[in-house]
Design a binder for this molecule. Structure first.
Ligand code: KIV
Ligand code: ZN
Length: 529
């Protein structure tokens, strides 16, 4: 990607699907990653880092699908400096109209000595070979000296110089372990500019982790020092404490544009929706007081504040909630709405449904609308996401019966449709109705899965709100997550459980395939900070 002509344009590089997906407990399947990527394209990010293709056949497939389907943003695949990583990244992204290979190697002595068990000379050689190899495939190559902020700046400069000589068009300076501080990071980047004048001809990028709660502040400091790409993730997810949060950095630049004169290409009105989608699919809740996307981010509790906002919104609000798309909670459909109205409302939300997919969504909509008088845009989003998941789920919950009372332990019976179409039944007497359903599903499917996390949320406020459940379970050492939506919490829980189970089964099958000597995509285990 060439440097934008506008010197004040900041490129947004979203790593929700790569660094974000490395958060503990998150395991998205290809369909879910594709859905997030489509929404990121609607949000208007410049680059989507879609995954790390060498790490697993599942990751490779997801990056490939995204490259083949998502239009607009550059699609990047991550690779270590090994030739096999770069080959895999290229294999996965080559069908994108705008492919990028992002390759990295550490420049800090701590990493070189202990993790790579190598030398500075070797790192220079690897960086040179990797960028050259990647450039053999594609023009758009990004290079990252990992753990740069704990590395010797002179040595990091030498490695960046090599990467630029070999044709890298973006140089990203990661604060891999979230250690730096704003002024220190600015000074580091200014020194790099002095040591590598050619840095002015490429895009300088920042990638900050939040271990000390400074990821956004450090990224902003990097922009003030001259960087014009920020690597960030929706809801700030990522390794350990996460990455810089995309919504915070974007809204900071948007709200203070008159003072900082920097702008992004993001359609801010898509922010809330993207945040909800990522939270729903990853099972990672957003804390209520989270800046921009927390449910209290625009709420006023104290009487003085409420009074002020009623008189004049700007007394206590620096941003208008509609700027980040929060009006999406308006009522859109009622129980008498027809198929066409549903199709129209979904299209406004960005879901183009027709044929069988529309019929299925309409059937589900009618079932819910019978119980819940009005459906908001947020309800529709939750329902459609729930339905889309059905298409890829291995197992499906067909029905359940639960007998529960305060005098006897609850007993559940379930019917589960197996991937081959057979209906399996099972029953269990559990500690509570949810436990009974979960264990009855285990009995029906023959899996000894253990529940690791269970969460229930309401999609919107009100007594008839849709319930949304999120389940993380583990079976045979493999974890998987699943979500479910319904007006009935038990049904939502059952749906979430069978989806989590299906994800575990899929992962186990993929791992078994990857171990097979005939599978060319099998690779040594890979981990990235
Ligand atoms: O944190 C980090 O250093 C990374 C690199 C791969 C860019 O995620
Ligand atoms: Zn990172």
């Amino acid at each position: 990607m060439t440097k934008p002509d506008d010197p004040n344009r900041v490129l947004i590089f979203d790593t929700t699907l790569r660094d974000g997906e490395q958060s503990p407990g998150i395991s998205l399947n290809t369909q879910e990653k594709l859905e997030i990527a489509q929404q990121l394209a609607r949000l208007g990010v410049d680059v989507i880092e879609a995954g790390f293709p060498i790490t697993s056949p599942g990751d490779f497939e997801a990056v490939q699908q995204i490259s083949r389907t998502v239009e607009g943003p550059v699609i990047a695949g991550l690779a270590r400096t090994h030739a096999a990583d770069i080959d895999a990244a290229w294999g996965a992204i080559k069908d994108s109209p705008r492919p990028r290979i992002h390759t990295f190697i550490s420049t800090s002595d701590i990493h070189i000595r202990h993790q790579l068990q190598s030398t500075r000379e070797d790192v220079k050689g690897q960086a040179r070979a990797a960028v050259a190899h990647a450039r053999g495939y594609v023009e758009d190559v990004e290079f990252s000296p990992m753990d740069a902020t704990r590395a010797d700046v002179e040595f990091t400069a030498e490695v960046c110089q090599i990467a630029i000589e070999e044709g890298a068009s973006t140089i990203n300076i990661p604060d891999t372990v979230g250690y730096t501080m704003p002024l220190e990071y600015t000074a580091y980047l200014e020194r790099l500019y002095e040591l590598v004048p050619a840095l002015r001809d490429v895009v300088l990028s920042v990638h900050c982790h939040d271990d000390l709660g400074l990821a956004v502040a450090n990224s902003f400091a990097g922009l003030l020092a001259g960087a014009r790409q920020v690597e960030c993730a929706i809801n700030g997810i990522g390794e350990r404490a996460g990455n810089a949060s995309l919504e915070e950095i974007v809204m900071l630049l948007h709200t203070r544009e008159r003072d900082v004169h920097l702008r992004t290409g993001v359609n801010t009105r898509e922010i809330s929706r993207t945040s909800r989608l990522v939270s729903r699919l990853t099972g990672y809740p957003v804390q209520p007081n989270k800046a921009i996307v927390g449910r209290n981010a625009f709420a006023h509790e104290s009487g003085i504040h409420q009074d002020g906002v009623l008189k004049e919104r700007t007394t206590y609000e620096i941003m208008d909630a509609t700027t980040v798309g929060l009006e999406a909670n308006s009522i859109v459909l009622g129980k008498h709405s027809g198929r066409h109205a549903l199709q129209q409302a979904l299209s406004e939300l960005g879901f183009q449904l027709s044929g069988q997919a529309l019929n299925t969504a309409f059937k589900r909509f009618k079932e819910i609308a019978d119980k819940k008088k009005t459906l908001t845009a947020m309800d529709l989003e939750a329902l459609v996401t729930d339905e889309l998941r059905e298409e890829v789920a291995g197992y499906q919950l067909e029905w359940f019966d639960v007998e529960a009372s305060s005098r006897r332990p609850p007993h559940a019976k379930v019917g589960v449709r197996a991937p081959d179409g057979e209906e399996l039944t099972g029953s269990f007497t559990g500690d509570g109705p949810v436990d009974a359903i979960f264990r009855a599903i285990n009995a029906a499917t023959g899996h000894d899965a253990r529940l690791r996390e269970f969460r229930v949320d309401a999609v919107t406020a009100g007594q008839d709100a849709l319930g949304e459940t999120s389940v993380v379970l583990e079976a045979g050492g493999v974890t998987g997550s699943g979500q479910g939506v319904s007006t009935d919490i038990l049904e939502a829980a059952g749906r979430a459980y069978v989806r989590a189970l299906s994800n575990v089964v899929r992962k186990r099958e993929a791992a078994a395939r990857a171990q097979s000597p005939t599978d060319a995509s099998a690779a040594e285990p890979v981990s990235v900070p």
